[in-house]
Design a protein around this ligand. Structure first.
Ligand SMILES: [Zn+2]
Length: 478
């Protein structure tokens, strides 16, 4: 009897399966979801209502009314929209307008601008707030906060104005208070800050509940920077100086040179110090010192944005390849030509020291990852001939070359940056109530990470952009 009832109820269930209509919604059926935390789940039906994911069903358990617009996701893969956690809209101002389109075209739906004049970067932030369906979300630091000899002062074309100079603590306080009043999303410390300026900056950031990222200032060691409140470090900048037996001597030498007796401009002074100490440190690393630094970073939860592709590009000169040349076609024509010309004037032999440096970076990612340190995927585009959008996919690939699994690398470009801005409950996952910033891929990125580039559609704030729409953005460029 029991058996009969069970059979009977199953029969009723499958026969009476009614279609369901979802108001103000569209539906993606039969798609494989890759959530950065839960991983892969096959054959799901996703309901998107206005700008949010509202329901997720097993596809065999629901039949959607034909009155709903339905996209067939069969054999395709859905991942959250990606973050590029290190970009500079202000580095090449004539490229800035096109950057937004290039990001969208490559499924980058959120951005962290790590340095540029406030009014300039804020205009892009405001524009994206006004157009959430067609512009990537943009979080900004405003200008780099530098010391008395600031590096990005506009004195040559590789150092456009990205920073503000702060001659002393008072000036720094005034400038930071102004940025906070203007509602920047985080702050960025730069390399020429004095120890007391850096300390003040950490205090102001904490007091105002803002994350402080940056380069480790040359006047201090990374242990101090991390312990006093630097929440994240870009490019591992200057951490190697604390990983050798001569760490204390190096700091003493830097402090003397930082007095800048020959009145060099900021960029030259910084180069002088990097040239003097960086490779000397890399060739004299001390494993117990490395362990000590990484343990401190792990204990303080100091996140890392290693920008691996940026350095590898310069070391291996991969921008000299034919394939790289074809990437430049993505840029507006005059800018692509401009980059080509600059690249053609550069030497094309591999740079041994730089290669050694990138090998160290890669080994550092592997080691820190093992120690539980959190990573974010960021590029530094358009610095280093990194094409906006495309380069984030290259960075994700580099993270997997340095020991992260494909899913972990996706995490570094989705949920981790969301968490950085305290958005982890609404952005960066594929779950009900999350913002519908999504990418539909033709192939599985867990099998081959290069598949993140095989984009079939991008969804921004619920707005569905199919391949044809995306290609129209591309042709608009040229
Ligand atoms: Zn940068």
């Amino acid at each position: 009897m029991k058996k009969f009832i069970l059979f009977f109820s199953l029969f009723i269930f499958s026969c009476s399966e009614e279609t369901i209509f979802f108001e103000n919604s569209y539906v993606i059926e039969n798609i494989n979801i890759i959530d950065p935390i839960d991983g892969l789940s096959s054959s799901k039906t996703l309901v998107i209502t206005k700008n949010k994911i509202t329901e997720i069903f097993n596809s065999n358990e629901i039949k959607v009314s034909k009155k709903n617009k339905i996209f067939n996701g069969e054999a395709k893969f859905l991942i959250p929209g990606l973050w590029d956690a290190h970009v500079h809209f202000a580095y090449q101002t004539e490229l800035a307008d096109s950057m937004m389109d290039l990001f969208l075209l490559h499924g980058i739906t959120s951005l962290r601008d790590t340095g540029g004049p406030f009014d300039f970067v804020n205009s892009y932030k405001q524009n994206s707030l006004e157009n959430p369906k067609t512009k990537a979300r943009l979080k900004i630091a405003g200008p780099l906060l530098d010391g008395k000899f600031n590096v990005y002062d506009g004195s040559d074309h590789t150092h456009p104005v990205l920073s503000i100079k702060n001659v002393d603590d008072n000036e720094l306080r005034k400038n930071v208070e102004m940025l906070i009043e203007n509602k920047v999303d985080f702050l960025k410390a730069y390399e020429m800050l004095s120890p007391s300026q850096f300390k003040l900056l950490t205090e102001l950031a904490k007091k105002n509940n803002l994350k402080l990222t940056g380069h480790v200032p040359l006047s201090i060691n990374v242990e101090i920077a991390s312990s006093s409140g630097l929440n994240s470090i870009e490019h591992f900048r200057n951490i190697e100086l604390s990983m050798t037996k001569m760490t204390n001597d190096l700091l003493k030498e830097r402090k003397a040179i930082l007095k800048n007796k020959s009145a060099l401009r900021g960029a030259s002074l910084r180069s002088l110090l990097h040239n003097k100490q960086r490779m000397r440190s890399i060739y004299n690393l001390d494993s117990s010192k490395i362990k000590n630094v990484v343990d401190i970073l792990a204990k303080n939860d100091t996140w890392q944005i290693p920008t691996l592709k940026l350095y590898k590009n310069f070391a291996s000169k991969s921008y000299k390849s034919k394939q790289y040349d074809s990437y430049l076609n993505l840029l507006p024509k005059n800018i692509g030509e401009n980059w080509r010309k600059t690249i053609s004037q550069l030497e094309d032999n591999e740079d041994k020291e730089r290669m050694d440096f990138t090998k160290w970076q890669s080994s550092m990612v592997k080691y820190m990852h093992k120690k539980g340190i959190t990573f974010m995927a960021g590029t530094d585009t358009p610095i280093g001939f990194l094409v906006p959008g495309l380069s984030l996919h290259q960075e994700i690939e580099e993270l997997t070359n340095s020991g992260l699994t494909n899913l972990e690398a996706l995490k570094a470009a989705t949920i981790n940056p969301s968490k950085y801005f305290n958005l982890q409950d609404s952005l960066g996952r594929i779950k009900p109530n999350y913002i519908a910033d999504l990418i539909i891929l033709n192939q599985n990125p867990l099998i081959d990470i290069k598949n993140t580039r095989k984009i079939s559609a991008v969804i921004k704030d619920g707005f569905f952009m199919n391949r044809k729409y995306l290609d129209s953005i591309k042709t608009k460029k040229n």
